[in-house]
Design a protein around this ligand. Structure first.
Ligand code: DGJ
Length: 754
């Protein structure tokens, strides 16, 4: 709901309100963002008398000596007009001049939302939008800020549209998607950072005066810093921000000398500029934001439901996703048709529903130095062609899925030999390689056509039901050989929009195909990719211990349904860590489950264990993919994950290292258990291989975990915890002895009774 009185605005979601007002000087200022209020506040009660600030800062004019731009909580800012903080909008409108007065000109409230960008979220019934135009009378440049609310959601969607009403070209140097000046300091910033194989680890920092920047310069949203951030204060209030964009992004937080905290996000100005001719406009990517008085975990749940409802679209929106087996870690490049067929046969026996043929099926691609770009079947490996192979997979009763990396090319490929000018590279430099590959220039129409046609051909020929769309490098040597001659500062943004153009077309033409985004694992895990591809491969690292951090970080902003998580071999190919197959499953089950190992070489016991895992996962698939994810940290060594849907919760107790002779019984907690309700708890049975117990195997005498069933009240389950059997402690086994081991875990199904 959006309400207004005079020039005071309240943008309300189900549980939150965002308030702004226009000062007499025309500045649009932020009043507060917090729990919902059903009134229009008197701005004076939020702003109070103008504080006395003296010294070197500029004031507005002699009629308004108390209006100090650098101390206002501005909704959007520009440089060199008294605000000394980082500016949301930097426009060169002539000879480097950038100063602007962004003052209120007008506003409108309407049902629906702006869709002027290819990645604008689609309008939904119940959308309401407030647009406020800020105008600089000296140049006639105007920027329109947009605030949209969605039905039954606490997320506010924001964007900024810049219009060039001048008579000359202007150049955008920076255009933030949103700015919010929180009228207080003392906030803690949470960001999700890493690199290949350790994506989205959560980091926290107490903010001090000055600027903190989280950004990507990789050309893509990147694995180094995700666009997701949170601010939390000591009262436990949290603000969450994310950006619907897959290119370079920047999240900037600035604590001012006067106790205010500015937050903005948008396209990273690094390497970016955009020429706007008279009469043209530029729409920023949309930003989403959320407030919660119960911390960032609660805020994350608002993001989760928003993504499931409004970001993911098409056939796979809110649909259960198939359990897959992917050929990569089981075969890498070493396979022929029969080998992968046997893998698929075995996967089917175990209960998988989708077989994904990963890298190595096309051109001369027998290793990663060659073949990328040549999207025709390697007939040495598949003598009867891919169409015939896909048919064989389907006749096993499996969906056929295929890997492609359409944005890239190896120099050793027919494509590169024919079109050396199609890659992003500088005419005077040797292009820097990365995994022996180079990036095709998607700002060019001929390149986009080639990519679209290659993918469409494979999908048509094979009738694949799934495609894994990979992208394995960072950008370098920014330059385009296109004869359209756009400024190089526009290239990365044009690239990303070129990608959206291809994906948009493919999504329309192949509405049933499930797209999974992948970029060396999680190098492009962002909201815009999720608009085209409902799920993303979270990380090439499938190690169960590292995955705890990777998946927790990912789930801080993205729902379970979007996150691919696989069970792979032991010792793990990234960590060499040894682990039990059920411990690996427990972690991978919190997401979209897959397997990525040579299942044909497993023991019969391990195969049976996988059969049980997949059957269990299918039974609770909705809970694993669409439940509300929560977590509870008991100590550095023990934590719980939960996913809850309706009356069912799956709880996972995760242990880092086995501690000996603690004399302690672990307890199972459910923080959302309710007073006056009863809960039935049962442990999922796990397979304990005799190799895991070694000499102790005979005295244990069985190869599964203990039976555990209990009923307990909500109050006990929430406040005191349900006591569990003791862990193995170096002596004899009893029926109740629990074996978790290092990096072990135990899964419990908790049903609310009645
Ligand atoms: C990187 C991906 O993240 C892997 O899963 C795999 O598909 C390889 N590329 C194949 O080259």
């Amino acid at each position: 709901m959006i309400t207004e009185k005079g020039k005071t605005f309240v943008v309300s979601t189900e549980h939150t309100s965002y308030m702004m007002t226009v000062l007499k000087t025309g500045h649009l200022v932020h009043l507060g963002y917090g729990p919902r209020i059903n009134e229009i506040p008197d701005p004076a009660q939020f702003l109070g008398p103008e504080p006395a600030i003296v010294g070197t800062v500029c004031y507005w004019d002699d009629d308004h000596p108390g209006v100090i731009p650098t101390n206002l909580a501005l909704e959007y800012s520009a440089p060199f007009r008294g605000d000394n903080r980082e500016a949301a909008l930097v426009v060169d409108y002539g000879n480097g001049a950038t100063s602007l007065d962004l003052l209120y000109k007008g506003h409108r409230v309407y049902e629906g939302k702006d869709i002027s960008s290819p990645i604008s979220l689609q309008p939904e019934d119940g959308n309401e939008t407030l647009e406020i135009e800020l105008y600089d009378s000296a140049t006639r440049i105007s920027v329109t800020l947009s605030y949209t609310v969605f039905p039954c959601s606490d997320v506010i969607v924001r964007s900024a549209i810049l219009e060039n009403n001048t008579k000359n070209d202007i150049v955008i140097k920076n255009i933030a998607s949103m700015q919010m000046d929180i009228p207080s300091d003392g906030w803690t910033l949470y960001s999700y950072d890493g690199a290949w194989a350790r994506e989205r680890y959560e980091h926290r920092r107490e903010l001090q005066p000055g600027i903190t920047i989280i950004d990507s310069k990789l050309g893509f949203s990147g694995n180094e810093h995700n666009p997701l951030i949170y601010l939390e204060n000591s009262k436990g209030e949290a603000y969450g921000f994310n950006l619907i964009y897959s290119g370079n992004h920047r999240e900037l937080v600035e604590v001012s000398p006067f106790g205010k905290t500015r937050v903005m996000n948008g396209i990273n100005p690094y390497g970016f500029e955009w020429k706007l001719a008279p009469g043209e406009y530029f729409t920023s990517p949309e930003a989403i934001m959320v407030y919660s008085k119960n911390g960032r975990e609660d805020a994350a749940l608002s993001f989760h439901s928003f993504i499931n409802e409004f970001i993911v679209s098409g056939k796979w929106r809110k649909k259960e996703r198939p359990v897959l087996l992917n050929s990569w870690e089981g075969c890498y490049f070493d396979f022929d048709e029969e080998k992968v067929y046997h893998l698929a046969e075995c996967a089917k026996e175990l209960g998988a529903e989708l077989f994904v043929l990963d890298d190595g099926w096309f051109g001369k691609r027998t290793d990663d130095t060659k073949g990328l770009g040549d999207w025709y079947t390697n007939r040495d490996r598949f003598p009867n062609g891919m169409e015939a192979f896909a048919e064989r997979i389907r006749s096993l009763g499996l969906i056929f899925g295929i890997w492609m990396e359409p944005e890239m090319v190896n120099m050793d490929s027919d494509l590169y030999r024919a079109h050396p000018d199609w890659i992003i590279s500088h005419p005077k430099r040797r292009p820097l390689p990365c995994r022996h590959q180079f990036i095709l220039d998607l700002s060019r129409e001929d390149v986009r056509e080639y990519i679209h046609d290659s993918v469409a051909l494979i999908l048509n020929e094979t009738r694949a039901g799934y495609i894994k769309w990979d992208m394995n490098r960072a950008v370098s040597d920014l330059y385009s050989f296109s004869d359209e001659n756009h400024p190089i500062g526009e290239l990365l943004h044009r690239y990303i929009f070129g990608l959206y153009d291809i994906l948009g077309r493919l999504k329309k033409e192949f509405p049933d195909v499930l797209f999974e985004g992948c970029a060396s694992g999680g190098n492009r895990y962002d909201l815009a990719m999720l608009m085209f591809m409902p799920q993303t491969w979270a990380s090439d690292n499938t190690d169960l211990y590292d995955r705890v951090s990777i998946q927790e970080g990912t789930l801080s902003g993205y729902p379970l349904s979007t996150m691919g998580a696989h069970v792979s071999a032991s010792p793990g190919h990234q960590s060499l860590r040894v682990s039990r197959i059920d411990s690996r499953f427990n972690i991978a089950a919190f997401g979209v489950l897959g397997y990525e190992l040579d299942v044909t070489r497993l023991s019969e016991e391990e195969k049976n264990a996988i059969k049980d895992q997949i059957a269990f996962y299918k039974k609770y698939r909705k809970v694993f993919q669409y439940g509300e994810f929560r977590k509870l940290r008991i100590s550095d060594n023990q934590r719980f994950w939960y996913t809850t849907l309706g009356k069912t919760t799956i709880a996972l107790e995760i242990q880092t290292l086995n501690e000996v002779h603690t004399g302690r019984n672990d307890r199972l907690y459910l923080p959302i258990a309710e007073d006056g309700k009863m809960y039935r708890i049962s442990a999922r049975k796990e397979y304990i291989p005799s190799s895991f117990l070694g000499d102790k195997s005979a005295s244990y005498g069985k190869n599964t975990t203990e039976d555990f069933v209990a009923e307990v009240s909500g109050t006990i389950l929430r406040e005191y915890g349900l006591v569990l059997g003791p862990q193995f402690t170096g002596k004899e086994f009893q029926d109740s002895t629990r074996i978790l081991g290092d990096f072990g875990s135990r899964m419990y199904v908790i049903e609310e009774l009645g």
